[in-house]
Design a protein around this ligand. Structure first.
Ligand code: 0X9
Ligand code: ZN
Length: 310
């Protein structure tokens, strides 16, 4: 019954996080940041190991896209490892966790995520579940208020990349953006990481264009540290760079672009986790045996990028 070893629905993940909080009282806490369209809780787990105030924040989210099951599972694996390694006295982890507060939101889109557990015919649902005329859902990663409606988005509610009627039309993206705005000052000193699947990329912003940003070299330096850490653990190859320059596509209105260019958070990344891209939907439904494989390599990658910005 551990959502870092099998694919659990949102309520099971929340119950598991409540258990972590009671086993780690004083250092772990749960915040409710709002409710989804269908009324599910939107929750963030915070780890502040040494009680410091106003520390820089590392914020990691997952399941902005409903079908990407390996993303929340990998996030949960990392939460567990950080706590275990901290308690075991691992000096690297103690340094990283004392210096930063860590905030984790495993399920940004719980309505869509839980819907993908309902039947094999809903397994590959991507969007939210808010109704739009004769269709359901907006793509939460096209719904943020930066370059809204730009390249790689659709105004057709039936499309999987429907941007929604307006920026932050979805209660889930509205709640996340309000929360991130509230911790803006701490986030500017830290990092935003949004776990997606799949394809094995460590994506740098901006995602809405292939034009290079002024800090391209620095973003590549940090992203390459992630890829090197992954290669050292598992031998897997992760390509680093802006989506449209590394074999993906331009897409506007994504969370990591908004965090970087609206909130002014320099270090903002979107890793696309296992497996390596093969053009098939089956890449979104790996075996649960992939959770520790993904967890181990991405745990090392996250520690590596945080070390790079210290
Ligand atoms: O299309 C997306 O939102 C991401 N790929 S996914 O297969 N997980 O759907 C890519 C996001 C890259 N970021 C932006 N271009 N905003
Ligand atoms: Zn995604």
């Amino acid at each position: 019954n551990d959502p870092s070893t099998y694919f659990a629905q949102s309520s099971e993940i929340y119950t598991w996080m409540e258990g972590l909080v009671s086993q780690n009282s004083g250092v772990a806490s749960l915040v409710s940041i709002g409710r989804s369209y269908e009324g599910r809780n939107l929750r963030v787990l915070r780890l502040n190991m040494n009680g410091g105030s106003n520390k820089p924040v590392i914020f990691i989210d997952a399941a902005i896209h409903a079908r990407e099951w390996l993303a929340p599972a990998t996030l949960n694996y990392i939460v567990k490892q950080l706590i275990n390694d901290y308690k075991a006295g691992n000096s690297e982890v103690r340094t990283l966790m004392n210096k930063f507060d860590w905030h984790f939101m495993p399920v940004v889109n719980p309505d869509g995520y839980d819907y993908t557990f309902r039947s094999s015919s809903t397994r590959y649902w991507r969007k939210t579940r808010k109704p739009y005329r004769f269709a359901y859902g907006a793509d939460p990663n096209r719904n943020f208020d930066f370059m809204f409606g730009g390249p790689g988005t659709s105004n057709n509610p039936s499309s999987d990349i429907y941007h929604g009627p307006n920026a932050f039309s979805e209660p889930e993206t509205k709640a996340l953006s309000d929360y991130l705005t509230g911790i803006r000052n701490q986030l500017q000193q830290g990092m935003y990481i949004s776990f997606h699947t799949y394809g094995q990329w460590w994506l740098t912003p901006p995602g809405y264009t292939r034009s290079l940003p002024s800090d391209h070299t620095e973003m590549m330096r940090v992203g390459n540290a992630a890829a090197a850490a992954i290669r050292a653990v598992s031998g897997q190859n992760f390509r680093v760079g802006q989506p449209a320059n590394v074999g993906l596509y331009e897409a506007a209105g994504g969370s990591y672009d908004w965090v970087k260019y609206r909130l002014g958070v320099k270090y903002s990344f979107t890793p696309e986790l296992r497996p390596y891209y093969n053009g098939s939907l089956s890449g979104f439904s790996p075996s649960a045996r992939e959770i520790p494989n993904s967890g181990k390599e991405i745990y090392q990658a996250v520690k590596a990028v945080v070390k790079e910005i210290m």
